[in-house]
Design a protein around this ligand. Structure first.
Ligand SMILES: [Zn+2]
Length: 485
């Protein structure tokens, strides 16, 4: 009991001491604040050196085009012959638009903000996800769930508050693209899908904006400056557009976004940094506002190819100038702003993507829970589960007993081969069902169709079908501990 009383007394003593200290600190703070406000009054009265007053009233004779802070901030690039004060002023008066605040957009925006472009606009309708963070360097863990645009602006503002940032919290569409893009001198395509690449290129042709386009996937990247110099449709003075270089979109089934295809962080980083570099070169050379001094170099750009695994990581391919029959930039083109806005160009259809595969009949499909119920009922059931994801996905996690035959391998095999594929175990009885699973349930349908074409369904005697929704559905409905990549 005594010890408790002692303890209580000690605590009371400590509290009263802390309170005294606190009072003392408050008094000191009051004194400091009071003396500070007095000295500011004196400064104002006698025109002494308060920093904020300097620029406003006391030094009207500051006749230099940049502020003192800007000379310090940009000093190391200002002294380069390729930039100089003229180049810096061009940067300061330039408005640059970055479409996509992801792996390319983050480094591109960071370097453009650092270099001191006057206005930096960023377009993106997505939010930050944890799977973005290994490559989208401006975002961070506490900002998961935040709009990417806001996260990137916050990052860049911390880097350089002198830049005027414009956040466009939406995806670029045929309907909003004119309003957004027309406010800028130069556009950087930092998106990751052909659909947006064609739209961005078209609007840049129509509004005569140069375009720095880059892409990256797995360990490779590519970069090209398009529409440079910008010129009216039909003019041979102008540089080629994206459609001149890639008149047809890649086959829809070959398009893998980096969500599925994988990407090494520094690879996309390299490409984004190169985009910023090309943008700075263009602005400093006078593209956009000061169009008279636009470079009149030959309008044959180079396509820069980067391959992280090659012994010669950088290669450059000289491209042709504008294509005489280009859909967008040639004299034959019927593309107009009005048509674009009216939605008469269906970019999604043109690129043939985003439509989920729907080739199987309901009776050719089982759900993840149905397949699990079959297995639970009869764990030793004679059957085959083919996992058609790529090897890397399979090695991370798979359903026990599954055999991995990547979709690409399956496709490569001749349809007419009469031999039973080597991945069909010899022990599998002739009528044992075959289930096919993939990542999200698209490839598995095509694989099922393929297996049937190869005659593996024994003229309908054997069930060959897929697991609807793939490993994603398996994770959601059967095994939540399964890592999903
Ligand atoms: Zn073209």
């Amino acid at each position: 009991m005594d010890s408790i009383t002692d303890k209580a007394q000690q605590l009371r003593h400590k509290i009263s001491q802390a309170e005294k200290e606190l009072q003392d600190l408050r008094r000191q703070l009051e004194e400091i604040e009071e003396s500070n406000s007095q000295s500011q009054d004196t400064n104002q009265q006698f025109g002494s050196t308060s920093e904020s007053e300097n620029t406003k009233h006391e030094l009207p004779e500051w006749k230099w085009p940049l502020s003192e802070e800007e000379y310090s901030r940009y000093g190391r690039q200002l002294i380069l012959p390729t930039v100089g004060i003229k180049g810096q002023l061009r940067l300061k008066s330039a408005a640059v638009l970055i479409v996509g605040a992801g792996g390319l957009g983050c480094p591109a925006a960071a370097y453009l903000a650092g270099a001191g472009v006057g206005t930096l606009g960023i377009v993106d309708g997505d939010t930050v996800e944890v799977s973005n963070l290994h490559r989208q360097i401006a975002h961070n863990t506490p900002r998961v769930g935040m709009m990417k645009v806001d996260s990137l602006v916050e990052y860049c503002r911390g880097l350089n508050p002198n830049v005027s940032y414009v956040a466009h919290r939406e995806h670029l569409t045929p309907q909003n693209s004119e309003d957004i893009v027309s406010k800028y001198d130069l556009v950087l395509d930092c998106t990751d899908h052909p659909t947006s690449r064609y739209l961005i290129s078209d609007i840049c042709v129509l509004l005569q904006k140069p375009l720095v386009s880059a892409s990256a996937l797995r360990t490779d990247g590519q970069l090209i400056v398009l529409n440079n110099p910008p010129a009216a449709q039909g003019s041979t003075e102008g540089g080629p557009c994206y459609r001149c270089i890639f008149p047809k979109p890649p086959p829809a089934e070959s398009v893998v976004s980096c969500g599925e295809g994988g990407i090494l962080g520094p690879v996309v980083g390299v490409m984004g940094v190169l985009q910023a570099l090309e943008a700075i070169k263009l602005v400093v050379a006078g593209v956009g506002k000061d169009s008279n001094s636009t470079s009149k170099d030959p309008v044959t750009p180079s396509l820069l190819l980067f391959s992280a695994t090659s012994t010669t990581p950088f290669r450059s391919i000289r491209m042709r100038s504008r294509r005489p029959n280009c859909f967008a930039c040639s004299s034959e083109s019927t593309l107009t702003l009005k048509e674009l806005r009216a939605g008469s160009l269906d970019y999604v259809q043109f690129c043939g993507v985003t439509k989920p595969v729907d080739v199987l009949k309901p009776e050719e499909r089982v759900s993840a829970t149905e397949y699990n119920a079959i297995l639970t009922k009869q764990s030793d059931m004679d059957h085959l589960l083919l996992d058609v994801r790529e090897k890397e996905h399979f090695e991370i996690a798979s359903i026990p007993g599954a055999i991995n035959v990547p979709f690409s391998t399956l496709q490569a095999r001749s349809k007419n081969s009469s031999l039973a594929p080597e991945y069909i175990p010899k022990s599998l009885s002739a009528n044992a069902p075959i289930y096919v699973i993939c990542r999200v349930g698209n490839d598995s349908q095509l694989a099922t169709r393929r297996l049937k074409e190869m005659g593996l369904d024994a003229n309908g005697e054997r069930f060959v079908g897929d697991i609807e929704g793939g490993m994603l559905a398996w994770k959601r409905h059967v095994d939540q501990t399964m890592p999903f990549t």
